[in-house]
Design a protein around this ligand. Structure first.
Ligand code: CTP
Length: 400
């Protein structure tokens, strides 16, 4: 949650300084306010004009402003910030920080900082491997600074090593995670996502357009808030990133049903986001079905309803959330499903909202429960996931 957060971004003299622009853009996109403090060497790599345009704030570099001689207060910056991020941080700045060598505005600000400090090192791989760098990093870790591991690259010797600054998005994700409320710490959450494939023969199936994006966004959001997530996913082409997510891949509705039932007893909540096929072919051929001149008839059998089954097994302490995708009489159908499946709340997704739902990155949802309904604005699936998890947390805490 970076919205409204005040970040002091320290930039030092590394070739990776150009990437600081991408870091700023990502921070600003997520709602943070950014104040740049740059070292004299940093200015050799990137101009303050570029940085101040991106942050909408003058860049701080010298102790005194050259224009009017006003004093730039490192103490005030230390009190203003919710976090300081130094990206890129060179070996030289690491050394100065570890030893209190306050000969520039950046290190002075660092020493006055009251907020947590994140450091994203960037240097030549041999410099990073040097014991002196390792010692400085060790010392800075002991002082409570948070390190963002550099990425891998190749040494001059051809061997693999580290030192390259981590990607801007990964850096900003780490800050984002840090500020996320950990209100699901210790909770276990089951999430279904994606479509199911119902086999006709070895090369054909009945499926649907679900991309799994909503379910995966929910899994990331629950994980960020501290939950252990069991993500049961149908065939999708996306990845789950957070280490708190345990992914269980399935193909058919029956496999998804089995995977969910096996785990439901152990979880505090389940979010059923998958677009489960309602029917499967009665027979799935072991060999590829050949074309003939005749009509072909495929007899379908109903699949089990995972949500309804979990609704039956739900204990008083467990929370169950479903999704509804409707084209007509949306609220009425959604409320029917809420009751029939014994859900705590249901997230309604209307197909009448063009450009949302399947394959899209955006969603417009309504949350319905016995307590009433809440309509949300159209937003990204990641932001939508936050609204849903917010509601989930409230429902879970109301039960206890
Ligand atoms: N669901 C499920 N297992 C199924 C079918 C649906 O767990 N076999 C879940 C979905 O993940 C969703 C909710 O039930 O959370 C509603 O899904 P939907 O397909 O809209 O409901 P159906 O009961 O299949 O109703 P219909 O297709 O007739 O609208």
């Amino acid at each position: 949650m970076l919205k409204g957060k005040k970040i002091v971004l320290g930039i030092t003299g590394s070739i990776a300084a150009y990437k600081a622009c991408l870091v700023i853009r990502e921070l600003v996109k997520r709602g943070a306010e950014v104040q740049v403090v740059i070292t004299p060497a940093g200015k050799e790599f990137i101009t303050p004009i570029t940085l101040s345009t991106l942050t909408q704030k003058p860049v701080v570099s010298e102790f005194f402003s050259q224009r009017d001689g006003t004093w730039n207060s490192h103490v005030a910056l230390g009190l203003w910030a919710d976090a300081m991020l130094i990206a890129p941080c060179t070996a030289s700045t690491l050394g100065k920080m570890a030893n209190g060598v306050a000969d520039n505005m950046l290190v002075t600000t660092y020493l006055s900082m009251k907020a947590p400090v994140f450091i994203a090192p960037a240097m030549d791989l041999d410099m990073y491997a040097h014991p002196s760098t390792a010692r400085n990093i060790q010392r800075l870790k002991e002082y409570g600074n948070l390190f963002i591991e550099p990425a891998s690259g190749f040494l001059a010797s051809g061997l693999e090593g580290k030192g390259r600054m981590q990607e801007p998005e990964v850096i900003v994700d780490e800050l984002d995670n840090f500020f996320e409320p950990k209100d699901l710490e210790g909770k276990d959450i089951l999430i279904t996502a994606g479509p199911t494939y119902e086999k006709i023969d070895p090369v054909r199936f009945i499926g649907n357009y679900s991309s799994g994006k909503m379910g995966f966004a929910l899994a990331e959001e629950c994980a960020r808030r501290g939950a252990h997530v069991r993500l049961v996913s149908g065939p999708v082409s996306i990845k789950a990133n957070h280490s708190n997510i345990e992914r269980i891949d399935v193909e058919s509705a029956q496999q998804m049903y089995d995977a969910c039932l096996e785990r439901f007893d152990k979880v505090d909540a389940a979010i059923l986001c998958a677009a489960v096929a309602d029917y499967r072919p009665e027979h799935s051929a072991t060999e590829k079905i050949k074309r003939t001149a005749d009509d072909m008839c495929l007899r379908l059998l109903p699949n089990k309803d995972i949500a309804a089954e979990l609704g039956k097994r739900k204990t008083a302490g467990q929370t169950l959330v479903g999704f509804a995708l409707e084209t007509d009489h949306e609220k009425m159908h959604a409320i029917e499903k809420l009751k029939k499946k014994n859900l705590d709340f249901i997230v309604l997704n209307s197909l009448q909202n063009k450009g949302t739902c399947f394959m899209s990155d955006e969603n417009q949802i309504t949350i319905l429960s016995a307590q009433g309904s809440t309509e949300y604005e159209r937003k990204s699936k990641a932001d939508g996931a936050r609204d849903i998890v917010e509601h989930l947390v409230k429902t879970m805490y109301d039960k206890h």
